[in-house]
Design a protein around this ligand. Structure first.
Ligand code: URA
Length: 444
């Protein structure tokens, strides 16, 4: 097997060996890998092997910069000279129940800024914004560049995935990482996120870097390192950027699962819903409004975000955005239009005590086991399955109380999912403080 050969005799097989043996790639070698894979000259199996070697050996700062730029240059870098005002976006590193994009994009668009958001699908144990939106009947996350521009111009927000035109390298590598357990690597995450975000033609970016048992970076110091790397990358490319290090020691909000998360987001836009989801969505919106020069301070941004929810303008914006992307906007008032699981099961606490910690990643894996995630790239998602979390860290729990309601369709994987969930709650006899939502700011 010769592997992929270029005119100057660079070969993927040699670059895989080099990374396997802890070598450092030159910029030309990284460009060769990324252009070759994006074009289809380098097959999935060689890219998978390189990703695993990279996951194990890591990337130097110079390699991360070269990878980010090669992935960015794999497609078009959009600009929006026709749109007045600032373009801003937010990206999260991913977690369980992390659905803030669905809440904050309409808030910020209702506030008068433009949000051209390129998002991802589920990755590892985390859910993806695109998969969530696609649980809305008809919603098209695959708009052409022309349609993306039109929707953005008409309503101030548009949410799509990477395309053959924009960040195509990330489109392919992202799906491959999801199916090859090569996600949790600082360099690969930085290049994936920043190649999409820098292609969007934005002026400012807010990064939500998760930390804790449900995050890719479980240790706070790793999350801070990732945040610093991404903020520095954004600034090097002339963008304003800030990162919030936020808690993922437990799910965000009350629900995980695609239709359930759409409903929960709509509830927050109606002024109801989970307090943590509402607070974090408003805080992230406030940073976007501030960096986009719409408000003079983050506090003013928070007040504006809350006002746009209370007035119904943010909800109206979401409804308009759904319709413009081909979705059935009646879901705003009629949740039964969203796919629903047929069965439910309550998981009860076997213990008395205070909920002190969760193995949050296991909730995401349990959801994927029920059909709410992919094992292989081609797998469909079951948008109706979900988990409802009844207790938060710090809550007093008595034996027999419901911890989680599982919404499921197939009995086949239920026992495995239930076991994962049951094993993921840790109790203490002593009172435990609740978790702080925003742990730190980076680059503020
Ligand atoms: N989000 C992304 O877009 N890419 C990653 O690698 C992780 C989270």
């Amino acid at each position: 097997m010769l592997g992929c050969r270029s005119s100057n005799h660079m070969r993927a097989v040699d670059l895989i060996r080099k990374k396997r043996d802890s070598g450092e790639h030159s910029r030309e070698e990284i460009n060769f890998l990324i252009t070759g894979y994006t074009r289809g000259d380098i097959p999935d199996y060689q890219m998978s092997a390189w990703l695993m070697a990279t996951w194990i050996r890591g990337l130097s700062g110079a390699e991360i910069a070269a990878l980010t730029e090669a992935m960015l240059q794999s497609g078009e870098v959009i600009t929006f000279p026709e749109l007045p005002g600032k373009k801003v976006d937010k990206h999260s590193t991913g977690g369980v129940g992390d659905k803030t994009s669905l809440v904050l994009a309409p808030i910020v668009a209702a506030g008068g800024l433009h949000v051209p958001m390129i998002s991802g699908r589920g990755l590892g144990h985390t859910g993806g914004t695109l998969d969530k939106l696609e649980s809305i009947p008809g919603f098209n996350t695959g708009l052409s560049l022309g349609e993306f521009r039109r929707v953005l111009r008409e309503c101030g927000m548009a949410l799509i995935g990477q395309t053959a035109e924009i960040a195509p390298a990330d489109k392919k590598i992202y799906a491959l990482r999801d199916a090859t357990s090569t996600v949790e690597n600082i360099g690969l995450i930085c290049a994936s996120i920043m190649s999409k975000k820098l292609a969007e033609g934005i002026d400012a970016l807010v990064l939500d870097v998760k930390t804790g048992s449900g995050a890719f970076m479980q240790k706070e110091e790793d999350s801070v390192r990732l945040a610093e790397l991404m903020v520095e990358t954004a600034r090097r490319m002339g963008k304003k950027a800030v990162a919030l290090i936020t808690d993922m020691d437990q799910p965000l909000g009350r629900f995980a699962g695609h239709s359930h998360e759409v409903i929960e987001s709509i509830e927050v836009l109606k002024g109801r819903g989970a307090a943590d989801l509402r607070d974090l969505s408003i805080e992230l919106s406030a940073w976007m409004l501030f960096l986009g020069d719409r408000t003079k301070s983050v506090d003013e941004g928070c007040a504006l975000g809350a006002k746009l929810i209370a007035s119904g303008e943010a909800l109206e914006k979401f409804q308009q955005g759904i319709a413009l992307q081909g979705g059935d906007a009646r879901v705003i008032d009629d949740y039964s239009l969203l796919p629903q699981a047929r069965n439910r099961k309550e998981i009860k606490s076997q213990a008395d005590g205070y909920l002190s910690a969760t193995n949050c990643m296991e909730f995401g894996v349990a959801l994927a086991t029920l059909g709410g995630g992919r094992e292989k790239k081609e797998d469909p998602i079951d948008p109706g399955v979900g988990l409802e979390f009844h207790k938060r860290i710090g809550d007093r729990v008595t034996s027999g109380e419901t911890l989680v309601t599982v919404f499921y369709n197939s009995e086949a994987k239920l026992a495995e999912a239930v076991q994962r969930i049951e094993n993921s709650f840790i109790f203490s006899n002593q009172p435990v403080p609740g978790k702080k939502l925003v742990r730190r700011l980076v680059g503020a």
